[in-house]
Structures are given as structure tokens and as C-alpha cells.
Design a protein around this ligand. Structure first.
Ligand code: SF4
Ligand code: SF4
Ligand code: SF4
Length: 413
């Protein structure tokens, strides 16, 4: 039986609308133009009620308001304010075109923690073609500059394809110089409007992941990470098998958490395991969120993987992307065909188990400064780091070193 405590929700994405001011080739939501959209979209009150419900049981959750283009909705500040007052970490995923100075200020006043902005190239023509609208690159760049100028924390989201993969080093340099806190590299899942796109090859994918691991190791000022690329975990482990940090699985290890600690609400209230898995397992208009969450997603929570993933030593650390086989017409549990690894028939590598590491009172105190939704991850990483050093106790010094590694700058206590 699934108990509520076994599967805390740490990340909830809400598609506020299916309207969009762009028409990207790869859109998983098949988002329409400004004039379209669905008249049946969740109302302000329905979303506020959902936020209340989430906060009552899980106030450490991060809520990602996204779309379509979420800034098209003029109630987004109300939602951010409501979520922030409840203690939730409220962020927005946007194409950046509507991030005027005024909007940046109103989002900040509402209590937003940060925004994620999609930018796919430094070449305006490529970005505009990929995003389906002339002039979009310029508007997005203005949005980025407005965030920087008004000190609104932002991440850049880069959707990598065969056509822009060679831009990665330049994009990383740009992200760093623009003041982004994080540079996320998204690997497409060919679903929605993107179902007719050709994905990058598995070999190319592997090379990109290798280069991201190297770029992150050298990056002092900014986090660089792949998204929706679980076999990043396998590659990191192959490179440094003894590192305890590489043995952390799930949320704490940056792995896939679809259906275990993450789900998505569609514009009309449906619940899916992640935005790229379109199967709705319930609707918040018909049943309370927690009732659905506690009783569904069993397949993802106790997976029986098939094919290469089912034979793989890394299945507990990685497990592959579950959306990809589904999008390719297969079963949720099938092989993730974007992985080049051939299982060797060795024993399954077990994820890191709880360590016997203590915390100093000062380190515990410092943890209160860490945003609630990050605490579990920081704890697990700190304990793995201290164990790697052969020490028994986490101190503020360890936390400062980890923070500097992850967020840049010199370690400060
Ligand atoms: S991918 Fe995002 S920005 Fe592009 S059309 Fe879809 S919702 Fe709009
Ligand atoms: S199933 Fe795939 S697309 Fe969905 S969250 Fe996991 S890695 Fe990402
Ligand atoms: S075969 Fe599957 S589980 Fe193994 S590394 Fe590749 S994607 Fe991960």
C-alpha cells in the first residue's frame, strides 16, 4: 500500500493555459496562438484552491507555473502571491517575450522566486524559425536583460537539437555572462507538435552529456545541467564510480522523478506524471489532488523495466526516460532508445543508502537558510560529500564548499 509519506511531491508543474504567442515546432502541448486556447481552462479560484491543498500537506513544494505562455494570463501575480503566502516556492517557465520591465517588477512584488526562460540560439534567425515567430529572439533577449537589470533570478532553458548542438559552448558563455543562475539543457521528447520532429541521434546525445559533465566540473559561477536525460547519471557513474555523489538516485541525485516526486496539471485540470507523458490519470475537478496522487502512478513508483533498461546495471540510478518509449509508440517501461549503453550482465548498482553522518548544530542552523524544496537534496549531497572525505560530521564549512561549487563564488560561512 502506498503511504502519503513515501511519495512527497517536491515539484508540481501547472500548465496555466494552452494559449501561446509562439508556435514552436517541438511544442509538447501543441499550444495554439493567442486567439485559441481552451475556454475550459482552470480558473483563478480553482488554481488557488489547488495551491491551498498542496500547501496543507507539502509546503516545501516548488510550483512551476507554465503554459502555453503563462504570462498571457493576467491572474499570474495573484497565483504567485497566494502560493508565496502559503510558503510554496513559486517560479514561472516562460518564453520571455512578455517580460517587460513592468511585468518583471509586478512578478517580483508578488513574491516570485525566479523564472526559467527559453533561448535556443544566439542566432536570431534560428531561434525565430524554431519558435515559429519572427522577432521572438529579440523580445526574449530584452526579457532576459529586464530580469538581470531588476535582479529577478533567472535560468536559461536551451532545447538542444542536431541543428543547434554545436552552439552549446557559446550558449554556456552567454548564459554565464548574462547572469543566469542555471543553464538547463533540455533534450526533446518527440510528443505533441514535436512528434513529427526527428530527435538527435543517441551517439550525439551521449557526446553532449559528456560535454555537459565536463562543463559543469569547470563552471564556478553557474549550474549547468541536462534535463530529461536520466542516463546522465550512468555516464557520471562510469566516469567516477567511487564517488558517493554519483550514487545518489532520484530527486536528490538530479534523476527523473516523474510520478514519484513530480507531476503536471494540464490547463483543464488533468494530472499526468510529467509534461511529456500525456496520459491523464485523474482530474482535480473530479477528485482531490492528494487522493489521486496517493493512489496512482504505481507503474512509475515500482517500475518493471523492459528491454535494455530492464537488463541494465544502472536501472536504479538511471532508469531511462519513460516518456520517450511512449512517444515512440511503445510501452512506458520499454527501452529508452536514446541511450547507447549495452548492459553487461553485471549486478544492479544499488543507490546510496542512508549514511551514518551527524550534523553540527551550526550546520543544522545554516540549513534553515536553504529553500525548503532543496533541503532534502542538500542534506543527501552534504552527507555523501562528508562521507567521501572520511569525516563523521557535517559542518557549516562543508555546506559552504558545496554551495560554492553549486552556486559559484568563494565558500562563505
Ligand atoms: S513550446 Fe512553449 S513557447 Fe513554444 S509554443 Fe509551446 S508553449 Fe509556446
Ligand atoms: S519521464 Fe522523461 S520527460 Fe518525463 S520527467 Fe522523466 S525524464 Fe523528463
Ligand atoms: S539502458 Fe536504460 S537504464 Fe541503462 S543507462 Fe541506458 S537508459 Fe539508463
Amino acid at each position: 500500500m502506498i503511504t502519503p509519506k513515501s511519495y512527497d511531491i517536491l515539484l508540481l508543474a501547472i500548465n496555466l493555459t494552452s494559449c501561446c504567442n509562439l508556435a514552436c515546432h517541438h511544442c509538447y502541448l501543441d499550444a495554439g496562438t493567442l486567439q485559441q486556447g481552451n475556454p475550459n481552462e482552470l480558473t483563478t479560484t480553482e488554481i488557488c484552491n489547488l495551491l491551498n491543498e498542496i500547501a496543507q500537506r507539502s509546503p516545501e513544494t516548488m510550483i512551476v507555473l507554465t503554459g502555453g505562455e503563462p504570462l498571457i494570463r493576467n491572474d499570474i501575480e495573484i497565483l504567485i502571491k497566494q502560493g508565496t503566502q502559503l510558503g510554496l516556492a513559486m517560479v514561472v517557465g516562460t518564453n520571455g517575450m512578455l517580460l517587460t520591465e513592468k511585468r518583471v517588477q509586478s512578478l517580483k512584488e508578488a513574491g516570485i522566486l525566479g523564472v526559467g526562460i527559453s533561448l535556443d540560439s544566439l542566432d536570431p534567425a534560428y531561434h525565430d524559425t524554431f519558435r515559429g515567430r519572427q522577432g521572438s529572439w529579440k523580445k526574449t533577449m530584452i526579457g532576459i536583460e529586464n530580469c538581470r537589470r531588476h535582479h529577478l533570478s533567472f535560468q536559461l532553458h536551451f532545447s538542444v537539437t542536431e541543428n543547434n548542438a554545436n552552439e552549446l559552448p557559446a550558449m554556456i558563455d552567454f548564459a554565464r555572462s548574462s547572469g543566469a543562475r542555471v543553464f538547463n539543457v533540455f533534450f526533446l521528447v518527440c510528443t505533441g507538435r514535436g512528434q513529427f520532429m526527428s530527435d538527435i541521434s543517441a551517439t550525439r546525445y551521449e557526446h553532449i552529456l559528456e560535454s555537459l559533465i565536463e562543463a559543469q566540473a569547470q563552471s564556478q559561477e553557474m549550474i549547468i545541467r541536462p534535463r530529461c536525460a536520466p542516463h546522465y547519471k550512468r555516464i557520471a557513474h562510469q566516469r567516477q564510480p567511487k564517488s558517493l555523489l554519483n550514487q545518489i538516485s532520484g530527486m536528490e541525485g538530479d534523476g527523473c522523478i516523474a510520478g514519484t516526486h513530480y507531476c503536471r496539471i494540464t490547463p483543464t485540470g488533468g494530472i499526468t506524471a510529467c509534461p511529456y507523458i500525456p496520459v491523464e490519470i485523474g482530474n482535480i475537478r473530479q477528485h482531490p489532488f492528494w487522493e489521486i496522487w496517493d493512489n496512482e502512478f504505481k507503474e512509475l513508483r515500482t517500475p518493471t523495466l523492459k528491454g535494455n533498461c530492464g537488463d541494465c546495471e544502472y536501472q536504479k540510478l538511471c532508469g531511462g526516460c519513460r516518456a520517450r518509449p511512449l512517444a515512440a509508440g511503445g510501452d512506458l517501461m520499454d527501452t529508452d532508445k536514446l541511450c547507447t549503453y549495452k548492459p553487461q550482465g553485471n549486478a544492479i548498482i544499488q543507490p546510496l543508502q542512508p549514511l551514518n553522518i551527524k550534523w553540527s548544530p551550526d550546520a543544522e542552523k545554516r540549513m534553515t537558510r536553504v529553500p525548503a524544496f532543496l533541503r532534502k537534496m542538500v542534506r543527501k549531497r552534504a552527507e555523501a560529500y562528508v562521507a567521501e572525505l572520511g569525516e563523521p560530521l557535517v559542518t557549516p564549512k562543508h555546506l559552504a564548499v558545496l554551495s560554492a561549487r553549486r552556486f559559484g563564488g568563494k565558500p562563505t560561512l
